[in-house]
Design a protein around this ligand. Structure first.
Ligand code: 3PG
Length: 202
């Protein structure tokens, strides 16, 4: 899973309102060069959208904004292949470990990171990346936690993406800039494809 995510380098973070937009969205992302999405549970359509995308051959769908073990179970039942959470919740992480589901829990401090390491996690979401010190903070964590790898998310866009991706500790970056909810709502899949392509080429 990590190798696949590392080869893609960017994870579009999606909040989707209408399940009928799920397949055209996945197609636009794929056409732009990113056959992957983290579908957040921030909208009621999230779980149904995961189910739709999970049927698409070659498309990697994960779930985000997962706050509990119950939600983790729901998204895995819907077809999510990986789970992301904004913060570190030991019960969610333990459920995923017990069920061999890849989980990237959010951390924002060395203390969170140690809780994750304690459970055997070595790839975490670094969230909210820009607000908690961005590239400088990641460089500072590199010394004491050289074995840990990160998926920075939060405030990343086409302008600062390259800086993050140049760090050896960064597996991939998450971000919503190419899949803004208004682009999905207005079914502007052409623009989503264009922004996705720009992200891949940056
Ligand atoms: C997330 O939940 O991962 C973030 O909302 C994504 O951050 P961004 O919208 O700043 O890209």
């Amino acid at each position: 899973m990590i190798d696949k995510i590392e080869s893609l380098r960017v994870i579009p973070v999606v909040a989707i309102d209408n399940v009928e937009d799920a397949l055209p969205l996945a197609e636009a992302l794929t056409a732009g060069g990113l056959p992957v999405a983290e579908i957040t549970l921030r909208t009621d359509a999230g779980i149904a959208a995961i189910s739709k995308m999970a049927e698409l051959e070659g498309f990697l769908v994960g779930a985000g904004t997962v706050h509990s073990a119950d939600q983790a179970k729901q998204v895995v039942d819907a077809g999510a292949k990986f789970i992301v959470s904004p913060g570190f919740n030991p019960r969610t992480v333990q459920w995923c470990l017990d069920h061999a589901v890849p989980i990237f829990p959010g951390i924002s401090s060395p203390t969170d990171l140690e809780s994750a390491i304690e459970l055997g996690i070595n790839v975490v979401k670094f969230f909210p990346a820009e607000q908690i010190g961005g590239v400088k903070m990641l460089k500072a964590l590199q010394g004491p936690y050289g074995e840990i790898r990160f998926i920075p998310t939060g405030g990343i866009n086409v302008d600062n993406l390259g800086e993050y991706l140049s760090l050896p500790s960064v597996v991939a970056c998450g971000g919503s800039w190419m899949v803004k909810p208004d682009l999905i709502r207005s079914k502007n899949f052409e623009e989503i494809q264009r922004l996705t392509r720009d992200a891949v080429q940056s």
